[in-house]
Design a protein around this ligand. Sequence first.
Ligand SMILES: Cc1cc2nc3c(=O)[nH]c(=O)nc-3n(C[C@H](O)[C@H](O)[C@H](O)COP(=O)(O)OP(=O)(O)OC[C@H]3O[C@@H](n4cnc5c(N)ncnc54)[C@H](O)[C@@H]3O)c2cc1C
Length: 379
Amino acid sequence: MALVLNEEQQSLRDIAKEFLQKNAPISHFREIRDTKDPLGYDKVLWKKMAELGWAGILVSEEYGGFNFGMMGMGGILEETGKTLTPSPLFATGLLGVSLIELAGDEKQKKQLLPKIVEGNLTTAFALEEGSRHAPCNIATKAKKEGNSFVLNGEKTFVLDGHSAEKIIVAARTNGGNDQKLGITLFCIDSGTPGMEITRLSMLDSRNVAEIKLKNVNISSDCLLGELDNGFSIIEEVLDRAQIGMSAEMLGNATQAFEITLNYLKERKQFGSLIGSFQALKHRAAIMYSELELTKSSVVGALNAVDEKSNDRTRFASLAKFKAGETLHLVSNESVQMHGGVGVTDEYDIGFFMKRSRVAQQIFGSADYHIDRYATLSEY
Ligand SMILES: Cc1cc2nc3c(=O)[nH]c(=O)nc-3n(C[C@H](O)[C@H](O)[C@H](O)COP(=O)(O)OP(=O)(O)OC[C@H]3O[C@@H](n4cnc5c(N)ncnc54)[C@H](O)[C@@H]3O)c2cc1C
């Protein structure tokens, strides 16, 4: 397995780095947060990202996309992690596109994917129902009535749920809670009567939504994929999501480390640069080693998706576990090494600790993934 980027992937990443540092540095995130922006991201910026092709990275060429694979997507997500850029890239470009590409029929793909590629349609994935990741713990019911379905239930932690135009809902059409069989996907307009969408601001100032579905009546055209058999698609999309989130977390950790190294080289105490003391050098060396291990885990996992490896799920857990542990360590150490100023809002470093706590919970914490890795490895 190649652990280096090819020329095209490297160039995509270089462009992303230059674009984000110029157009959406951490001060952009601060502005979105401080102005309590109603969308939670900048629409003009998202349009520019779409023009660069980012919304269509995972979309097949026949639907106007670029079919650049997860290695391409991972490089961009890593760069957005460095700048903490809020955008629909993860919820729409990765989750929405993957769900539609893998589950949608020809008509749905033709109708939805080109709009996403142009930056004119955003999506959210309403999966979770509890406070911890539990993908088949689905109690939301979809009952068939003639040529329509009626949905009732509650979804939580829906990333970008308040701003997305289409909500892809996982609901139970058969079986009991915790059963994989009997889960079905539906692609629903966010304005459909009976959907109550509440925006919540997270610790990291990003958005999630709680969605209540009360007798939501939808046509059977909204069915995305096969009735009762949505779980295998969800599993594949979650693997991609966990790997993509790990790439973003790697970017978070890399940038926190970079900012901290610079601080160690400029802050003087007792007449010396604090970075000249071994006590801090050793801690920086541990972070560096952990970052290198995380890079390998993430690149390995991105590759596993593109190469259609049978081991994709294990790679996804390895990457999310390693990224979770490393970002936790690096964000803690970074704030601590900044001394008192690390906890103030004037310094950017605290944002990485806040992002760390939220990102770790998205689609499974490090504990969840080490357990899944062990199970898959037959421990
Ligand atoms: C908002 C705020 C609230 C605060 N509240 C309190 C409070 O309630 N009570 C209180 O007592 N203090 C408080 N402080 C002060 C705080 O205790 C000091 O900031 C703290 O002692 C760290 O000093 P410093 O921030 O100057 O960090 P620095 O001295 O700049 O140190 C930065 C990093 O280098 C490390 N370091 C420094 N010198 C060495 C060395 N020779 N060898 C190895 N490592 C080294 C430090 O451990 C730290 O990790 C507060 C500060 C702020 C900004």
